[in-house]
Design a protein around this ligand. Structure first.
Ligand code: ADP
Ligand code: MG
Length: 922
């Protein structure tokens, strides 16, 4: 019988695995908005979104409402990694009847305790002027809405004060404190209004402010965190049992917060209330449950809480005695009474590894006369009961660890677990079991257990301190990022300015001084889908030089291309050398593709600023992107190419058109969608083109039809019209470019070449202000261009912030970033990329509105062909752009079409359209 009893108390490993799975499932239920209400594991959000980092400093008040006492504490933190906080306590006994009286009386009493405690302690520790943040430990089930806002759901533990359920208990305590002028002196006043982040519930601010409300488990987690060693899980193995951990905030659907992490109070004591645990529950557990004050609920807690372990053992002893397996020669009538065999008895019995004297002593003290064999068996039973409690704690913990590991998308999780409570402290093997079972059940997680002392007191002070640190930090972060935030009105103004510059660029007399140059392209038609034939295309000025053969037919477009390298010596040599090299590449292509004898129309995508004077006549204004071949600026690029063809005696080229990549993009998309009349590029640089009415183009003769205008909008603002939106970060970035103060002012706010740099400048300022990396130096961050724009994509992509992806970036930058650092970095990236998308939208809004007005239409439906890696790969850029455009140009219905190889396909299509029109004219 003994063996059977012991077996029923020991749970096999496969069963534990299943239980762990159930726990995870129930945790997910508790977190989900839909299933939260029915969930047994409640997973209550605590609104604690950070753990201490050791810089916390100052005096903090804590008031803890206990069973029959109110405990007040003053904790002084020194910013020394929380190694040696100073603490002062005072405990007040609660008067009879207050627990069942009026709520107001309870909170008045608490306020008076705080008041009295302050009068007695403050004089030598804190100045009478000092503000005092207060943390409130309130161990009842609350619906928390903020760190300092929590409605009581229901009283328990013998409390039933009226007028409290459904109300915000922080508010109730604060009102009582205000009413009693707790800690206020005559001279108080001025400092409060100057303290940021300080809220006042009533008109007159009190010196003592309730900043945070929390449950005791959370405190345990907070006390175990020290500098460089965050503790992200806490377990209390005491009378009851509970666990909390830092969950990814976006998974906590019951709270609004979505970025970073939030501590979740699992309230796992009710695990199993839906019957999940029925196959491990023994008859002894059933007896304990039936005799408890709340039968049928808190089933998990009743298997593991120290309030119940003595009782479980007692029922096991009674059962075995009646089966005649124990105490054959002694009367155990005394064991019939509930509560006589305590958990302390159990612990005394099992902690005595050698000899039976202690077991005998304990049983004697209860009036039982055991035999030697009885002693051994009693000890075995007690060990089994406590061992099972430890094993079940480990199973719950393993569920949490695995869940954390999964949701953080990590292969391995290293985590610190704060532990507190009678069982953990009272039984040496508890930690051993905890460790080994958790390891077996979640081998991917490495937990380090840290004993906590006085979690509820010291921890509450920590929570309060962290809350204040976060509020102050939040304020400063907002201050740093504020200049990047553009209102709807700001964007409307940018749109109006763009429109104004467009008009100036188009005007015959204003053209020369306009920052948006509005260059005519001599492309007068977009494809209509009837284009046919084979074309050659060249693409110079992107990442590579390419030659392409493009076949346009009814079946669509087929392309063959070769990539050629242009050596730096050629880029920087003479113009003749450069164009000879280009010809060599073309002839190599012609040979490879067996087309030496063919003469095909050629389109040339030439992505450098040009003054176009005809479709096949364009004067190079200036080289960019590392090119500096001599004798080209001011020359007709098409002519330079033709001259090279002549030198090579190649008569197979018929250059029909030279175009810019923006135009290529519009044309490529225009082939698939006839409504595509706008081209947009957001890559290394940014630019746009669109179909303008000839009558509006003052720089080209003729009023009939349309012409594509290459806006060169990157230079928007070069005349200073955008100076008001430039931030100090933009100015520093601008100053470090090769063309400070001029050219590409707009581009420097929007395009891929600069966004990483802007982010880097902000990060450096934040580091200086101690908002990041705890102010630690990071030399690498001072290197120009070290923070690439593609990092923005990676960082912003991480939903709920999967550290794994970000860590690689941070390692590259040699940054020692905490989790919160990376959350903040993401916020910075978001601010910068959002602004870029919004500005781009403002520019585009000016374009679509102009087209709409040109046509005198109330509504316009138009398509934008887009190219550029920033637009294509950034996870939010396109969405933000489209959303803002809708807001700024509500009468335009704009579709975005991604361009596939606009420079190749587009060049061929410009040539194709030109041929189609020429044929039609003949
Ligand atoms: P280009 O504009 O030179 O023709 P792209 O359109 O490919 O070339 O743009 C390249 C630029 O895109 C890079 O300079 C970089 O700033 C940016 N970029 C590259 N990868 C990413 C990414 N994953 N997310 C956002 N931007 C990127
Ligand atoms: Mg490009």
């Amino acid at each position: 019988q003994i063996q059977r009893a012991l077996r029923s108390l020991s749970i096999p490993l496969d069963r534990l695995h299943i239980m762990k799975g159930h726990m995870i499932r129930d945790m997910c239920k508790g977190l989900s908005r839909q299933t939260h209400a029915q969930a047994k594991v409640r997973m209550l959000p605590t609104y604690i979104c950070s753990t201490p980092n050791g810089t916390e400093k100052g005096n903090f008040l804590v008031v803890e409402l206990c069973q029959s006492q109110v405990r007040t504490l003053l904790v002084t933190l020194y910013g020394d990694g929380n190694m040696s906080p100073q603490m002062m306590y005072k405990i007040f006994d609660m008067p009879e009847g207050i627990r069942q009286g009026e709520g107001e009386a309870l909170f008045d009493f608490i306020a008076q305790c705080v008041s009295q405690f302050l009068t007695e302690t403050s004089s030598d520790t804190i100045s009478s002027e000092e503000r005092l943040p207060l943390g409130f430990v309130f161990p009842f089930t609350c619906q928390q809405m903020q760190l300092d806002k929590a409605e009581l759901i229901s009283w328990s533990k013998g409390f039933s004060c009226s007028g409290v359920v459904g109300n915000d208990v922080v508010q109730l305590l604060q009102s009582a404190i205000d009413k009693h002028h707790v800690g206020n002196t005559e001279s108080s006043g001025g400092w409060l209004s100057s303290w940021r982040g300080w809220k006042s519930s009533s008109g007159q601010a009190s010196r003592v402010q309730v900043v945070a409300l929390m449950n005791d488990t959370v405190g345990t987690m907070m006390t175990c965190s020290t500098e460089g060693r965050p503790c992200e899980v806490a377990m209390v193995a005491d009378k009851g049992s509970n666990c909390c951990f830092m969950a990814e905030a976006y998974l906590v659907e019951t709270a609004e917060e979505t970025s970073g992490r939030m501590c979740v109070n699992t309230e796992w004591g009710c695990f199993g209330d839906d019957g999940t645990l029925s196959d491990i529950i023994t008859p002894y557990d059933e007896c304990v449950d039936e005799e408890s004050s709340n039968p049928g609920v808190k089933r998990f807690e009743k298997l593991v809480g120290s309030l119940y372990l003595g009782e479980i053992a007692r029922h096991a002893l009674i059962g075995l005695t009646s089966e005649k397996a124990l105490f054959a020669e002694t009367d155990i009538g005394v064991l019939k009474e509930k509560g006589v065999f305590t958990t302390q008895h159990v612990l005394d019995i099992i902690n005595n590894e050698d000899g039976m004297t202690e077991v005998k002593r304990v049983l004697h003290s209860l009036g039982i006369q055991p035999s030697e064999r009885d002693c051994g068996r009693v000890q075995q039973i007690c060990r089994a009961v406590v061992g099972r409690a430890a094993t079940l704690h480990a199973t719950g913990l393993a569920a949490i660890l695995s869940y954390m590991c999964q949701t953080r998308e990590m292969e391995k999780l290293m985590v610190n677990v704060g532990v507190e409570g009678e069982l953990y402290q009272g039984y040496a093997r508890f930690e051993e079991i905890l460790k080994s079972v958790a390891r077996l059940l979640s081998p991917e997680c490495m937990a380090t257990f840290l004993p906590s002392k006085d979690g509820s007191g010291r921890g509450a002070a920590m929570v309060t301190a962290v809350a204040l640190r976060m509020a102050a930090q939040r304020h400063e972060v907002d201050e740093v990022l504020a200049p990047l935030q553009l209102t709807h009105a700001d964007l409307e103004q940018v749109q109006a300015l763009m429109r104004q510059e467009m008009e100036r660029g188009l005007g015959k007399n204003t053209h020369a001084s306009a920052s948006v140059r509005m260059l005519p392209t001599y492309v007068c038609h977009t494809p209509d889908g009837t284009e046919q034939g084979d074309f050659l295309a060249l693409d110079l000025g992107g990442t590579n030089f390419r030659v392409l053969l493009v076949s346009v037919s009814e079946e669509g477009i087929r392309m063959a291309s070769e990539i050629y390298v242009i050596p730096p010596t050629v880029m920087q040599g003479t113009g003749e050398e450069l164009f000879d090299h280009i010809m060599d590449c073309i002839m190599d292509f012609q040979r490879k593709h067996n087309m030496m004898l063919q003469t095909l129309p050629l389109g040339f995508t030439f992505s450098f600023p040009c003054q176009q004077v005809g479709l096949d006549k364009a004067l190079l204004l200036t080289w960019t992107k590392g090119f500096s071949a001599s004798g080209c600026v001011g020359e007709d690029v098409v002519q330079l190419l033709r001259a090279a063809a002549e030198r090579k005696q190649n008569s197979g080229l018929q250059v029909v058109a030279l175009l810019n990549d923006t135009v290529g993009t519009m044309m490529a998309c225009g082939y698939d969608d006839p409504k595509c009349e706008i081209g947009l590029i957001v890559g290394t640089g940014t630019n746009a083109c669109y179909m303008e009415e000839m009558r509006n183009v003052g720089t080209v003769e003729g009023d009939e039809g349309r012409m594509c205008i290459n806006m060169e909008w990157g230079a928007f603002g070069d005349n200073g019209c955008l100076d008001h939106i430039f931030t100090q970060f933009d100015k520093v970035v601008d100053e470090s470019t090769i063309n400070p103060g001029k050219q590409s002012r707009f581009e420097k706010l929007v395009s891929g070449m600069y966004l990483g740099e802007i982010v880097r400048q902000i990060l450096m300022v934040m580091k200086e202000r101690q908002l990041l990396f705890q102010g630690k130096s990071c030399t690498k961050l001072q290197t120009r261009n070290i923070f690439q724009t593609k990092f923005l994509s990676t960082i912003e992509l991480s939903n709920g912030l999967a550290l794994r992806q970000i860590r690689a970036i941070l390692q590259e930058l040699e940054l020692d970033a905490s989790f919160e650092d990376s959350v903040l970095m993401r916020e910075v990236c978001q601010a910068v990329s959002l602004r870029a998308a919004q500005l781009c939208a403002a520019g585009l809004a000016a374009v679509v509105e102009k087209i709409r007005e040109n046509r005198g239409a109330a509504k316009l439906s138009v398509t934008v062909g887009v190219d550029g890696t920033l637009y294509k790969l950034h996870p939010r850029f396109s969405k933000n752009l489209q959303k803002t455009l809708k807001e700024l140009a509500p009468n335009c219905d704009v579709t975005f079409l991604l361009s596939e190889d606009g420079s190749g396909k587009g060049a061929a299509l410009v040539a194709a359209v030109a041929c189609r029109i020429a044929n039609a004219m003949q």
